[in-house]
Design a binder for this molecule. Structure first.
Ligand code: GDP
Ligand code: MG
Length: 442
């Protein structure tokens, strides 16, 4: 796997302050291969890997991660950013109905997606109408009717008088029908061809011009790999579209097409289709796609765990400072608060600190604003004052209050509580449980 290869690339590397250029180049080569294996188009791979190198060069070596993990983390974050930048909701028309038109090759999954989308929208209190504007294949209309029945959504199909044999006319009349029957959304299923075809493009463009859709969704099969890029470009030129729906993600495609299409067309990926059933449908999740492209979900989980463990070891270090003979200072105090915030669930933190389990309640009443104010006050003190707060007299308190944008009474309160906390720490070190005088600074 990618992670095995990277780990061997880096096996010699320990304790450097920054990733070396050779290390980054070696990683970049492996990432490049992984992306190509995932069917990401070459120009996209080049641009993307270039970006990763740039970022990796600026990065300090993490204490929590080995270099391979660190670069994978960067790649994963960048993938998510690219795949997820500018995702957005469906734009609803000011005057209903909102018109959504589906375009794509034959077999891409348009008709199936039409049903899924209709069902999904109906579940959100909409009243969609499905429109059968694919008159290319003999059974296309019937297929949509079956899908509509399953989704419990009505289907507008060609009838004598509403444009038999003319998909443009069917689409046009469907809008009037929707308006009369209070459908707030119209989903237009169109005909595809097996390959790019100018007649198909023209028909789709004519339907577009007849109904001026609020959203045109390009529907594309993730299994077609690199071909997806050319198809996406042709549809962009021939019809244009606002967003992409990626289908057949239940297959074994690694999904690099998503990255290529997003990168090359600038269109967001809105929906993901993951099976033949109507429920196999979801909004597109960039993080899932990123880990699929990298094909290393387990490694990503490991990376998260490694970071968490590292943060926990910082807490242990803090706990041992507290247990040492040195007196508890304002710097310790500030560091302790920073940790409380970073680690989230406070009970975890307290569980790790000797003798502190009972303070849960008091700490959890502190909000971020209090912590910000306390941090500002301590940061306005000189190192000497932090190490030995006894020197903080009246004029120093005024200076600190001005420097931190607080009142002298805030500084007084902090100093008083700090002394209480310090006393408590001393008692704890001497083995006694203190009488709960209020957690440091809280
Ligand atoms: P259209 O020609 O674009 O309308 O494509 P269809 O909706 O008719 O789908 C073509 C085939 O792909 C059908 O057999 C569908 O059941 C199947 N299909 C559509 N979406 C998916 C999907 O997400 N996963 C899987 N496995 N099959 C799908
Ligand atoms: Mg179809």
């Amino acid at each position: 796997t990618l992670s095995d290869r990277l780990t061997s690339v880096f096996s010699s590397l320990r304790g450097k302050g920054r990733l070396s250029d050779e290390d980054i180049d070696a990683t970049a080569r492996e990432i490049r291969l992984a992306l190509l294996e995932a069917d990401v188009a070459l120009p996209v791979v080049r641009a993307f890997v270039g970006q990763i190198k740039e970022r990796a060069r600026g990065e300090e070596v993490s204490k929590a991660l080995n270099p391979a993990q660190q670069v994978i983390k960067i790649v994963n974050e960048e993938l998510i950013a690219i795949l997820g930048g500018e995702t957005r909701e469906i734009r609803f028309a000011k005057n209903p109905p909102t018109v959504i038109m589906l375009a794509g090759l034959q077999g891409a999954g348009k008709t199936t997606l039409a049903g899924k989308l209709a069902r999904w929208l109906a579940a959100q209190r909409n009243t969609p109408l499905l429109v059968a504007a694919d008159l290319q294949r003999p059974n296309a209309v019937t297929q949509l009717q079956v899908v509509g029945e399953r989704a419990s959504v009505p289907v507008f199909a060609p009838q004598p008088g509403n444009g038999v044999g003319d998909p443009v006319e069917v689409a046009r009349t469907s809008i009037e029908h929707a308006r009369r029957n209070n459908h707030n959304i119209v989903i237009i299923d169109t005909a595809g061809r097996l390959g790019i075809d100018s007649e198909m493009m023209q028909q789709a463009a004519d339907i577009r011009d007849a109904v001026t859709p609020d959203e045109i969704l390009f529907v594309v099969d993730a299994m077609i790999g690199q071909d997806a890029v050319n198809t996406a470009q042709s549809f962009l030129d021939g019809v244009g579209y606002d967003a992409v729906a990626l289908t057949k993600l239940d297959g074994d495609a690694r999904g690099g097409a998503a990255l290529s299409i997003r990168h090359l067309t600038g269109r967001p990926i809105m929906f993901a289709s993951t099976g033949e059933k109507l429920e196999d449908f979801d909004l597109f999740h960039p993080d899932r796609m990123a880990s699929r492209i990298l094909d290393m979900g387990d490694v990503l989980t490991l990376i998260e765990q490694a970071q968490r463990t590292f943060e926990e070891s910082e807490v242990e270090k803090m706990a041992s400072t507290l247990a040492s003979d040195e007196d508890f200072t304002l710097d310790d105090f500030l560091q302790q608060m920073a940790m409380v915030r970073k680690l989230g669930p406070i009970s975890n933190l307290l569980g790790m600190m000797p003798g502190m389990g009972q303070m849960r309640e008091q700490i959890s009443n502190v909000d971020d604003k209090d912590l910000d104010r306390i941090a500002a006050i301590i940061q306005s003190m000189t190192p000497g004052e932090r190490a030995n707060p006894k020197v903080i007299n009246g004029s120093r308190r005024l200076r600190i209050a001005n420097g931190s944008g607080t009142q002298v009474s805030d500084v007084n309160g902090l100093v008083t509580r700090f002394f209480e906390a310090q006393k408590m720490m001393r008692q704890m070190k001497n083995g006694g449980m203190p009488g709960m005088p209020g957690m440091p600074g809280m």
